[in-house]
Design a binder for this molecule. Structure first.
Ligand code: IPE
Ligand code: IPE
Ligand code: MG
Length: 246
């Protein structure tokens, strides 16, 4: 944890971010979309550091959706190269911030070389005591749910689970996010009011914050503003104000 902790109230334990607007950021400057992705990596670095300094325990970043494979081949290729570079270069910075690295999604869809780098980064940071950084890669919440349903069905078929015992806890534990608490705060940049197939089960009671800024323009101050906004919310979980802590 750093020295510049600026917020003293309740810090969300888990922040999830839909990092959107890289393409528009570049277009606005007359540059190719890929330049926005490149610049977006700097924002990732700054936000990981800030979240870590503020004492956020879990940060989950939507980096590449399953649907993003349908983008032009050269853009997908560029994003894969960028991911590969990130995994090569960022390890030092992650360890400096005591960050543990994790991924969710259909990792088997990624090029073999990247899968290997992911495995190595997870291994090299596994004992870091700080923030757990999770990148969602080739991620689709619906596919995640289908995978979870299959897992549970298998258990039922093998008589390891009685179907009548399936409850919310079982489902949560069958998802890719089994080892993460549900997000408290979901941030989306670039003004879009949608969730784009991200953590649909897990965000049931997350507070949603949409920033008008494109991801490459999103700063430490913007992140702190999102945390402050979160702290002004009253989370009820379906209860009334009086019984909220029961
Ligand atoms: C988010 O920025 C990054 C990824 C989805 C990989 P976009 O590439 O979606 O940028 P916009 O939304 O087109 O501006
Ligand atoms: C969501 O952004 C996926 C990521 C941030 C990786 P998109 O730009 O792909 O989503 P849509 O197309 O606006 O819904
Ligand atoms: Mg987008």
């Amino acid at each position: 944890m750093g020295n510049d902790r600026e917020i003293l109230n309740e810090i969300p334990k888990h922040v999830a971010i839909i990092m959107d607007g890289n393409g528009r950021w570049a277009k606005q400057r007359g540059m190719p979309r890929i330049m926005g992705h490149q610049k977006g990596v700097d924002t990732i670095r700054e936000i990981v550091r800030t979240a870590s300094d503020q004492g956020v325990r879990y940060l989950t970043l939507y980096a590449f959706s399953k649907e993003n494979w349908n983008r032009p081949k050269d853009e997908v290729g560029f994003l894969m190269n960028l991911l590969s570079q990130y995994l090569d270069l960022e390890i030092k910075e992650l360890r400096k911030n005591r960050v543990r690295f994790n991924v969710i999604g259909r990792i088997e869809d990624l090029p073999g070389q990247i899968q290997e780098k992911i495995r190595k980064t997870v291994e090299d940071t596994k004992n870091e005591p700080g923030l757990l950084l999770t990148l969602a890669l080739s991620y689709s919440s619906r596919v995640e749910m289908i995978d979870a349903i299959k897992k549970l069905c298998e258990k039922v078929v093998r008589n390891e689970l009685n179907y009548s015992e399936i409850n919310e806890d079982c489902v949560s534990r069958a998802l890719y996010t089994a080892n993460l608490p549900d997000p408290d705060l979901l941030i989306r940049t670039s003004g879009e009011m949608r969730v784009s197939n991200f953590l649909l089960w897990q965000i049931s009671y997350a507070e949603i914050y949409v920033s008008p800024k494109f991801w490459p323009d999103f700063t430490k101050e913007d992140f702190l503003e999102a945390l402050k906004d979160y702290q002004r919310r009253e989370r009820r979980f379906g209860r009334t104000e009086r019984c909220k802590s029961v």
